[in-house]
Design a protein around this ligand. Sequence first.
Ligand SMILES: [Zn+2]
Length: 122
Amino acid sequence: MLIIDCPHCGPRHEQEFHYGKQAHVAYPQDPSALTDAEWARYLFYRDNPRGPHAERWVHTAGCRRWFNVVRDTLTYEIKAVYRAGEQPPQEYAALARPRGGVPAATTDQAVDPGTADTTKEA
Ligand SMILES: [Zn+2]
């Protein structure tokens, strides 16, 4: 059983959450300019590390907000939780760098859904 510390609600059982794939995958600035191979790489290629992995989660049975988690894929231990729009703690900063082979010119200024704050504070 995982206890996930929602940054808005506090610690809750994992059944209240849904996994939302890898965090910090920037949406290409101009998707129509990508080749089919680049678009496929953006859509389907994700890191699959043994160890810390930045992930997006949503608290579906609670506040319904998205946030980011650094979870160790070997131990399932949650190393850090941070709100959308924030960067991971310094020791995991490398997990927030764009990856995946999409040309850097199209990802440097792209919107990163892992850091874009799509929530509004009440
Ligand atoms: Zn919550």
